[in-house]
Design a protein around this ligand. Structure first.
Ligand SMILES: [Zn+2]
Ligand SMILES: [Zn+2]
Length: 284
């Protein structure tokens, strides 16, 4: 990717991100769950997103190359996406829903792994450290988490589907807009739809600081995936818990955020090695 094409993609994506975020932040003002959010938390999330988006865009060409090589090697692309124009509206909706469902199944598996394996939770911790959960929190994803998702969500999808063509509206709704919606600091109760469609209340439970909500509601779009695998928690009508991590403050420092997993992994390895050395050197 040349610098010029990188800049064109970056500036276009950044414009979309900032406009979408602005719309959601305005909407949050009408029915907020927490009224006392500091502007500094929002500024930090936006700054992080501006920086991280540029870094993620630098990685995409290398990932695309690797994915393509694996696809050719495995003769993958097993489900051929119908040619554009060959489907009616109902069929298009079904294909898009099937694609989003498989995306969410893969997301569910990777997400649950991140919560189950402490080594992997280090790259997801930054997302969960948010105390003032709001629409901008969706962009709080460590660069290593992006790479993890490229291999656990994007690559399997590339291998499953051959040349998927998603209508722009579906792409915008599912993959650009939904994250802003379900992280909103907004008292939105979806009622009977809560167990079918992921909304701000459903996802807030996943971010809850209360231990009774830990490891619940992993799905990004379809809460019934949590029901299938026994991790669904149905929030009661007025249940909007505080969010964040009990053992980690939300640190608004870009360098700290990027370095934290590496620092914690190093400490864990040193501890493991010194424990094993102590065990082996103890007199029997
Ligand atoms: Zn999570
Ligand atoms: Zn989240």
């Amino acid at each position: 990717m040349s610098l010029e094409s990188w800049w064109l993609s970056y500036s276009e994506l950044l414009k979309q991100v900032l406009l979408t975020l602005f719309a959601f932040v305005c909407l949050e003002r009408f029915i907020p769950i927490q009224r006392s959010h500091s502007i500094n938390a929002l500024i930090f999330n936006v700054s992080y997103k501006i920086l991280n988006l540029g870094l993620v865009l630098c990685l995409i060409p290398s990932f695309a190359l690797i994915a393509q090589k694996i696809k050719v090697m495995l003769h993958a692309g097993y489900i051929r996406w119908p040619a554009p124009g060959s489907l009616d509206l109902f069929q298009t909706i079904l294909w898009c829903l099937a694609y989003a469902f498989i995306w969410d199944l893969l997301q569910y598996a990777g997400h649950r792994m991140q919560h189950s394996i402490p080594f992997l939770f280090e790259i997801h911790k930054f997302h969960h450290a948010e105390r003032a959960l709001n629409a901008s929190s969706t962009g709080r994803k460590h660069i290593l988490e992006h790479i993890f998702e490229e291999f656990t969500i994007v690559l399997p999808l590339i291998l499953i589907f051959s040349d998927p063509v998603l209508p722009v509206i579906v792409q915008s709704l599912f993959f650009n807009g939904w994250g802003y919606f379900n992280h909103m600091n907004a008292r939105i109760d979806l009622g009977p739809l809560t167990s079918i469609v992921s909304g701000p209340q459903f996802h807030r439970i996943h971010h809850s600081i209360d231990s009774k909500h830990y490891n619940k509601n992993f799905a990004a779009f379809f809460p019934f995936i949590d029901q299938i695998f026994g991790t669904y928690y149905k929030p009661s009508a007025e249940e909007y818990p505080d969010t964040g991590l009990e053992d980690r403050d939300d640190v608004h420092n870009l360098l700290f955020v990027y370095v934290e997993p590496l620092k914690n992994w190093s400490s864990a390895i040193i501890k493991l090695l010194s424990n094993s050395w102590r065990t082996h050197s103890e007199p029997t």
